[in-house]
Each structure stands twice: as C-alpha cells, then as structure tokens.
Write a protein that binds this ligand. Structure first.
Ligand SMILES: *Cc1c(COP(=O)(O)O)cnc(C)c1O
Length: 360
C-alpha cells in the first residue's frame, strides 16, 4: 500500500485515489491494446474514444448546452488571458473585476494586447479579502466582454453569481470549476487549467458559446479558437495523457453523483476547516465569514511568523502537507479541491484545534 498524505497544494493538486489506481492498472496495457495511453497515436480510434468520452463526461457534469463547444488545449489558463482578447476583441474594449493576482495578470495581458481595460470593481485596497459587489451599470455596453475570476486561488474569495449582460461574460474558473452547480448559459466563455479541480497540469479546458468562435479573421492559427473547434482539439497533438486522466476524473465524479454531490461535500469540508479557524484563539481566516468565502482555497494565519512555521512543521509531521500560504499572503492555505477527502479536512480541523489549545 502506498503511504499517501493529505495534500493541500493549490495546484497541481490532489487527484482521486481511485483514478490514480485505475491509471496505474491500465498503465502497461490500455484495454488490451498492448500499450499505454501515453504511447497511443492521437489519430487512433481508441484514443478518439477517450477524448470523446472526456467531452461527454464534462458535458454531463456541467450540463453544457449543445450550442457550446468544449476544447482541450495547452498553454494553461495563462494563455487564455491572451486568447480571449485576441478572439473577442472587436472593439478592443474589455471590462474586468479585479479580485487578485490572477485577474491582475489577465488584465495585464489584455492591455499588452492593446485592449482598453475598464476595472469595474476591485477589492485591492483590503488585500482582496472580499469579492467586490458588481454594479452592472458600470459595465460598458460596447465592451467586447466582461471578465471575472470566479474563485481566487490565492486570496480565497469566490463569486458564482454573475450579472446577466448583453455582452459575453468570460470566467476564469481554474480553481473552482465543478465545485458547485452553476448555469453555463450565464457565460460566453469558461476556461480552467486542469491542475486544480480536473487532472494533471498541461491541459486547459475551454467552454465557448458557438457564436463567439470565428468572429475575427487572421488570428495566428494556434491562437484561434476556430482552429481547435474545427479540428475537435486535434489540430496538433493534444496533451493526450492529461485528457485521459481528466476523462477518468469525470467518470469518477459522475459515479459519485456529479457536481451536486461535490457541492454538498465541499460545503461540509470547507465548514470543518473554517469553523476550526473561527473558533480558535490563534488563527484567523483571510476572508470574513459569509458568501465570499471560497469552498476551495482557505488562506489563514496567526499573528506570528514563528508560530506559522511551527504549525506547518507539525502539520507535515502529521501527514498534512503543502499548507504553506502563497508568498503574497503568507501564513497558511488549505486547498481542498473536489478530490480532497472529507477525512483530510476533518484531520486538519482537529489538528488546528489541538495546535490552538497547545500554543495559545
Ligand atoms: C492556477 C490559476 C491560473 C494559472 O493557471 P496556469 O494553468 O498555470 O496558467 C489562472 N487563474 C487561476 C484562477 C488559477 O487558480
């Protein structure tokens, strides 16, 4: 038996143990073809079925309507910071909510591309510890799109209620895709790097409404959504193994009861940890209780760097690893994506309580 720890990494992150086991079982001989999925031609019938099944699984999980395309691309969420303005930027205007480092990077990239950027709301003055109210009246009617980061991996805030607009809403859902139910129809484009809630690094998923594909001509081939839509994500060699693991994750999620199951579980999981923090003397969460709190990433800290260090060291000795906070916030951060078992959250909550009693 492998000696597994509870891995609270923000990404690449924990994957379902059942999926890892299945991948191991299928490593040398995938379904009788005598080779691993890594060695399969992406043009083979057997691989085509893997990518088709991956898409079908995701469509089912997220209830993706027919008029949306699903793409498996490379370049991470970070390349989407450029591809979105390139493909949608007819008026060269985009409106953003700035809720942390990832939105800031998306804004910077849009500006580099020559977009006129309007920041509609931000919580920068309070170190992004809230998700700011969005006043739809401030969003320009002639903006090409309105961009939101639905979950802020570093600061631990989230928002899944986007305003209904006449312009497309674009969401970076890298760190909370499929963590709770929401309506794909409220968005023009959803993108998410796989390495948080889906699978291994190297795949980025793009869900795009049909009418937003091919609006602008002359885009360099690999950066044009139309290229990848026309070729079913197979214009060039896709990240074949990563897509296969994503397919296994989708199958596993469906067998557990889909997004509704994970939403309920995620609420319980996050509550265990937030409660332990809120009821302690030593610890404070970066984000106040309420609707802004992320279910996926929980940054917290004590007043002392020394105690933070001691906490991290003792947690690690107890099999609770990768809890160090992002350098811009400091302290600790527990990332509890879909694949983190509730037992891991309970163990962390118990450890927080014990550490608090012993050190306060
Ligand atoms: C991790 C993350 C990114 C960056 O993803 P890459 O795949 O590394 O480019 C972007 N946005 C959010 C919200 C993230 O959590």
């Amino acid at each position: 038996m492998a000696n597994r720890v509870y891995n609270f990494s923000a990404g690449p992150a924990v994957l379902p143990e059942k999926v890892l086991q299945q991948a191991a079982d299928e490593m040398l001989d995938y379904q009788g073809c005598g080779m691993s999925v890594m060695e399969l031609s992406h043009r083979s019938t057997i691989y085509q079925k893997i990518i088709d099944d991956a898409e079908a699984g995701l469509r089912k999980l997220m209830d993706i309507p027919e008029n949306y395309k699903v793409l498996f691309l490379q370049g991470g969420a970070s390349l989407q910071f450029l591809m979105v303005p390139m493909n949608l930027g007819i008026n060269k205007k985009a409106d953003f909510v700035n809720t942390g480092e990832w939105s800031t990077k998306a804004i910077k990239e849009a500006k580099k591309f020559g977009m006129d950027v309007n920041v509609v709301a931000t919580s920068e003055d309070t170190t992004f510890n809230t998700f700011p109210e969005i006043d739809a009246g401030k969003i320009r009617k002639d903006a090409d799109y309105f961009h939101i980061t639905s979950n802020n991996t570093i600061y631990g805030t989230k928002c899944m209620n986007v305003p209904k607009l006449d312009i497309p809403v674009v969401a970076d859902m890298s760190s909370n895709i499929m963590s709770e139910k929401f309506d794909v129809r409220d968005y023009g484009i959803i993108y998410a790097g796989a390495q948080k809630n889906i699978g291994p690094a190297g795949v980025v998923i793009v869900i795009i409404r049909e009418d937003l594909v091919g609006k602008i001509s002359g885009i360099p081939t690999m950066l044009d959504y139309k290229t990848h839509v026309d070729k079913g994500s197979m214009f060039n060699t896709p990240p074949t193994y990563g897509i296969y693991i994503a397919k296994l994750v989708f199958d596993h999620m469906l067998s557990m009861g889909g997004v509704a199951y994970y939403e309920e579980l995620n609420k319980k999981k996050a509550a265990l940890i937030y409660d332990a923090i809120d009821n302690s003397k030593l610890f404070k969460a970066h984000v106040k209780p309420g609707k802004d709190r992320s279910l996926m990433n929980i940054p917290f800290f004590t007043d002392s760097d020394e105690i933070n260090k001691k906490f991290l060291k003792e947690a690690e000795a107890n099999g609770l690893v990768t809890l160090k906070g992002h350098r811009s916030v400091g302290g600790m951060r527990a990332s509890v994506y879909n694949a983190m078992p509730i037992e891991g959250c309970q163990k962390l909550a118990d450890f927080i309580k014990k550490f608090d009693q012993e050190n306060s």
